[in-house]
Write a protein that binds this ligand. Structure first.
Ligand SMILES: O=P(O)(O)O[C@H]1O[C@H](CO)[C@@H](O)[C@H]1O
Ligand SMILES: O=c1cc[nH]c(=O)[nH]1
Length: 313
C-alpha cells in the first residue's frame, strides 16, 4: 500500500505556532461538549480556560512517579508558594494518566509506547485548545537506550526516526497508512543544548532517536522471551542506526513529534541513555544511579524553563 505523505506544516510552521493551539478536526467545533475521557475532564464540567489557560510548558514522561517528582522539583525551582509535597493529581479520578499543574508548567505521565502516548496527546492537545493556550512548548522527558554513548548521556532529539531510520510516523487510518513528518523544533533543541553547556558535568548530544514499538525484539535485544536473530545481526543493525545518526532508542518520540508538529506546537524530546546498547541489553546500574540519570532531563528542561521565564541565576 503506498503511504500518503501528510507533512502539512511546510513554511507556515513558524507563523502557525504564534496562534492558539490548533486541532486538526472540523468535527470538534460541531460538538456541544467534549469529554476528555482518559483525563476525567470535560468542556461542560470544567472551566478549562480558567484551569489551564496560562500554561506555557508541558512536560510529559512515561512514569507517573517521575512526573510527580518533576512537578515537585519545578515547584521548588520556580519558588512557587505552598508545599511542593502537596501537589495534587488533576486526573486522580482516573488511573490512566497523572497530571500536575505548577504555575505555567503542566507535568503529565503518558505510559509506555505509541498507543498510550497517542491517546494522551489527543486529549492533551484538545485540552490546550479548549483552554485557549498560546505559545506552548512541549517536552518529553524520558529514558532510552544509548547507541554508542556513555550511560548518563542526555540526548536531545534532532529527528525521531522509524525502523528504517526515516523521519516519519505511520498511522493506520481507515485501513490506509497515513505518513506524518517527525521533525522537531530545531530552535528549541539548540536552546536545550546551550542550556546543557551552562550546567556542570552535563554530557548532552543532539542526535536522531529511533522509536520502536517494543522494548525487546523491537529494539534488537537478545534477552526477551523471544529472539529471532543473532548477536551479529543485532550489532549490524545498531551500526546502521549509528551511521544514520541515531544516538538513542525509545518508544514514543515519533508520534509525539508528529502530532505536535501537525498541531503547530513546538516540541522537544530529551531522554537520558541508561546504557550503551553496543555493550549489552540488560539495565544493570543501581537504583540510585538510575534515579539520578532520570533526573537529568528534568534538570535540563527546568533550566530551559527558568531561562525562558527570566528566572535563571
Ligand atoms: O522513560 P520513559 O518515558 O517511560 O520511556 C522509555 O522507557 C520505556 C521502556 O522502559 C518506554 O516507554 C521508553 O520510551
Ligand atoms: O534501552 C532502553 C532503555 C529505556 N527505554 C527504552 O525504550 N530502551
Amino acid at each position: 500500500m503506498a503511504p500518503i505523505l501528510l507533512n502539512c506544516m511546510g513554511n507556515d510552521h513558524n507563523e502557525y505556532i504564534k496562534q492558539l493551539v490548533q486541532v486538526k478536526n472540523p468535527y470538534l467545533d460541531t460538538m456541544e461538549e467534549d469529554i476528555l475521557y482518559h483525563f476525567s475532564l470535560g468542556t461542560k464540567t470544567h472551566n478549562l480556560p480558567e484551569m489551564f489557560g496560562d500554561i506555557k510548558f508541558v512536560c510529559v514522561g512515561g512514569s507517573s512517579n517521575r512526573m510527580k517528582a518533576f512537578a515537585q522539583f519545578i515547584h521548588q525551582e520556580l519558588e512557587m508558594p505552598g508545599n511542593p509535597e502537596e501537589v495534587s493529581d488533576i486526573c486522580e479520578a482516573t488511573d490512566r494518566y497523572c497530571m500536575y499543574k505548577v504555575g505555567p508548567v503542566l507535568s503529565m505521565s503518558h505510559g509506555m509506547g505509541v498507543p498510550s502516548i497517542s491517546i494522551m496527546l489527543h486529549e492533551l492537545i484538545k485540552l490546550l485548545h479548549h483552554a485557549q493556550c498560546r505559545d506552548v512548548v512541549l517536552f518529553r522527558l524520558g529514558t532510552s537506550g544509548g547507541v554508542g554513548l556513555a550511560p548518563g548521556t542526555v540526548v536531545v532529539t534532532d529527528k525521531a526516526v522509524d525502523y528504517s531510520f526515516l523521519a516519519q510516523f505511520e498511522q493506520v487510518v481507515l485501513g490506509k497508512v497515513v505518513t506524518r513528518s517527525t521533525e522537531l523544533d530545531e530552535e528549541v533543541a539548540n536552546e536545550l543544548l546551550q542550556c546543557s553547556s551552562e550546567l556542570q558535568n552535563f554530557p548532552t548530544v543532539i542526535g536522531n532517536t529511533l522509536c520502536t514499538h517494543d522494548f525487546y525484539e523491537g529494539q534488537g535485544r537478545l534477552d526477551g522471551a523471544l529472539c529471532s536473530f543473532s548477536h551479529e545481526d543485532k550489532l549490524e543493525y545498531l551500526r546502521k542506526a549509528y551511521e544514520a545518526g541515531v544516538r538513542n532508542i525509545e518508544m514514543e518520540s515519533s508520534v509525539f513529534a508528529a502530532m505536535c508538529r501537525i498541531c503547530g506546537l513546538k516540541a522537544a524530546v530529551v531522554c537520558v541513555a541508561l546504557l550503551d546498547r553496543f555493550e549489552g541489553d540488560q539495565i544493570t546500574s543501581s537504583h540510585d544511579v538510575l534515579v539520578e540519570y532520570q533526573q537529568r532531563p528534568q534538570v535540563l528542561v527546568s533550566h530551559f524553563i527558568k531561562k525562558r521565564l527570566g528566572r535563571a541565576v
